[in-house]
Design a protein around this ligand. Structure first.
Ligand code: GTP
Ligand code: MG
Length: 631
């Protein structure tokens, strides 16, 4: 269990941690000389019975709130320190606001320096603190008077902290650790420390750094200050990492060490945001802010999604547009501070780590965001019922750190079906099927001389407009179910066949007679055009249509053969045996060298014959391509 201190400068946080653990968390030279905490400090106390308390000691100085924030995001419980001598001060309030915005419900207040005040003063301070807590997530937390000098209340405080227990971070997901320190250890190399927010990390694991994407292998690790084989969610770990491009400079506070599945840097996060009631002004759209997430600290802008301005004390949906990419997942807490970093303004939680750059304020998107804001157990049912109609399961799984099996279980519970990485409700699939059928039916009625629609045309003609990848999944599903047919490059209803207009029908009758009579040396498009007084382009278009219908085959440009004749010629070639010449083939067909060569080259292109020098032979598996090879 990890406890984080909080409270105003000089109120005795570091002294209290030392009284609880025996460890001086102020390790920097400058901290010692100035007598203040600057950066995060860590201390552990083993209770002898296997249990252990870990402490993150934070600075109280107003200029180091950003460091405090890097430590506060990984803790299970708050230890709010208030000097009984001084009472509530500015950073007492700000740190408490931060705990509140982080949603931290477990915590204890230590009323320090109890040795400096009398009982009346102590009671007064307790009442003051109680009032302060009453509007926060720490409302009703116990207040324990302590003294690091006399030891008063220390054992009692320790016992009460243990009772609070761990917050139960996600143990089921992939691993992620928020890096708060990186240093070089002589003989070992790069070491990072941080809190495991989810999953577990083992020696030998191959992980990635987010956002850089650098590869890292865990050579060894310490969990809660002890050498271990595995570090679990909720524990502070030190990882000794190796990797080709790793260096101390390549890693910084705020990075994440993650399972490769979770590496998805982002700079647009859709969040639920609450503006502190103490803010003097409403928050305007596109306000700049310091953004703190996990141990990361970046600049960004706040795009308000469902209103023009946010009034103090209220909440809304917002998109944080960051100056640089970071790692974050749904549920991560966010703290926003004002542009001059002098006060905490707002906070909240990530709803969608992959916010859309466009259409982010449409009613459809806002409704989807509200559905996404639900807990794991009900989110998919709500999401699948949204107008969008589908869930990108891979993206959803990463955003919420769900492993495949867990994701499948949740999808099944929500009544969803997965097609090629997208989840749908059965009712949505039924509606899509009807949409496909209705659209194609209408198309066939309106364009009886067209065999079908190119898929992209169908996609944009459907009543419901699906993104291309989703449409492809749905089309594949319908083709497999034989509710639609994919004919070459066209989609059609299975029952549909092409009907020629009366004029085309008459022309085709004459042409097909010619194609039958001179079957091995048929007239070409231009010949038909001249003979029958039809524009060449029309004849060509008609024959290409008939080719799609499988009645003729275009062996060479403008040179069409009846399909059964092609099968017959394949049979003839086959009968010539291995290693026949073009002349032999021509003699059998009696159609002249030029046409015979065109046919053989067509066979070569389609793998029906193999050519070596001037000799060819047929390929047995390919003989049936145009129907049974007769002849
Ligand atoms: N009398 C008395 N003095 C205390 C007690 N706890 C701390 N102090 C003194 O208060 C001063 C500040 O203590 P720290 O523990 O450094 O205060 P801090 O809250 O860690 O300060 P920052 O980390 O800089 O915010 C030191 O001089 C301590 O010796 C206490 O219980 N009684
Ligand atoms: Mg300190």
């Amino acid at each position: 269990m990890i406890v984080g201190t909080a409270g105003h400068i000089d109120h005795g946080k570091t002294a209290l941690v030392k009284a609880l653990t025996g460890v001086d968390a102020d390790r920097l030279k400058e901290e010692k000389s100035r007598g203040i905490t600057i950066d995060l400090g860590y201390a552990y106390s083993d209770l002898g019975d296997g249990r252990q308390l870990g402490f993150v000691d934070v600075p109280g100085h107003e200029r180091f709130v950003h460091n405090m924030l890097a430590g506060a995001t990984g803790i299970d419980a708050a230890l709010l320190v208030v000097s009984a001598a001084e009472g509530v001060k500015p950073q007492t309030v700000e740190h408490l606001q931060i705990m509140d915005l982080l949603g931290l419900g477990r915590g204890i207040v230590a009323l320090t320096k109890a040795d400096l005040v009398n009982d009346d003063q102590l009671l007064e301070r307790m009442a003051e603190v109680e009032t302060l807590l009453s509007t926060t997530s720490l409302k009703g937390a116990e207040i324990v008077p302590v003294s690091a000098v006399t030891g008063q209340g220390i054992e009692e405080l320790k016992a009460k902290l243990l009772v609070l227990g761990e917050s139960g971070k996600g143990t089921t997901g992939h691993a992620r650790l928020a890096v708060d320190r990186c240093f070089l250890l002589a003989g070992a190399g790069v070491v990072v420390t941080g809190t495991v927010h989810a999953g577990e990390i083992r020696v030998g694991d191959h992980l990635l750094l987010t956002p850089s994407g650098l590869e890292a292998r865990v050579r060894s690790l310490h969990a809660q200050n002890r050498a271990a084989e595995v570090g679990h969610a909720g524990e502070r770990c030190a990882l000794n990492l190796s990797g080709a491009r790793l260096s101390k400079e390549a890693i910084k506070r705020g990075d994440w060490v993650v399972s490769p599945a979770l590496h998805a840097p982002t700079d647009r996060l859709d969040v639920g945001l609450t503006l502190l009631a103490s803010e003097p002004q409403p928050l305007k759209h596109w306000s700049p802010a310091h953004v703190h997430i996990g141990a990361a600290h970046v600049m960004g802008r706040i795009a308000l999604l469902d209103r023009e301005q946010l009034v103090p004390g209220s909440s809304c949906l917002a998109q944080l547009v960051l100056d640089e990419k970071i790692g974050t997942l749904a549920g991560d807490r966010v703290i926003l501070r004002d542009p001059s970093a002098s006060r905490t303004m707002a906070g909240g939680a990530v709803i969608d780590p992959f916010g859309p750059p466009r259409n982010r304020r449409t009613p459809r998107r806002l409704s989807e965001l509200r559905a996404l804001g639900r807990p794991d157990a009900s989110v998919l049912a709500a999401l699948l019922a949204e107008e969008v109609g589908y869930v990108d399961t891979a993206r959803f799984g990463v955003a919420r750190n769900l492993k495949a099996a867990e994701l499948d279980r949740l999808l099944a519970e929500a009544g969803g079906t997965k097609l090629a990485g997208f989840g749908f409700l059965a009712a949505t699939l039924a509606a899509a099927r009807a949409d496909f059928a209705d659209t194609l039916k209408a198309f066939h009625e309106n364009s009886p001389d067209s065999l079908g629609l190119p898929p992209e045309r169908l996609r944009i003609t459907l009543k419901k407009r699906w993104p291309p990848a989703v449409f492809a999944a749905l089309l594949e599903h319908e083709v497999a179910a034989k509710t639609v047919a994919l004919d070459g490059a066209l989609v059609r209803l299975p029952g549909h066949s092409l009907k020629l207009g009366a004029r085309d029908e008459a022309l085709w009758k004459k042409i097909s007679a010619d194609l039958t009579r001179d079957r091995f040396r048929p007239p070409r498009v231009r010949d038909f055009a001249q003979t029958y007084g039809a524009p060449e382009a029309n004849v060509r278009k008609l024959l290409r249509q008939l080719a799609k219908l499988g009645r003729v085959v275009e062996i060479a440009p403008d040179q069409f053969f009846l399909r059964p004749v092609v099968a017959e010629m394949i049979g003839i070639a086959n009968q010539l045996g291995n290693d026949f010449t073009a002349a032999q083939f021509r003699d059998r067909l009696d159609n002249g060298r030029k046409v015979a060569i065109l046919i053989l080259e067509f066979f070569d292109r389609h793998g029906i014959t193999v050519r070596r020098g001037d000799l060819r032979r047929t390929v047995p598996q390919k003989l049936g391509q145009y129907g049974q090879a007769t002849g």
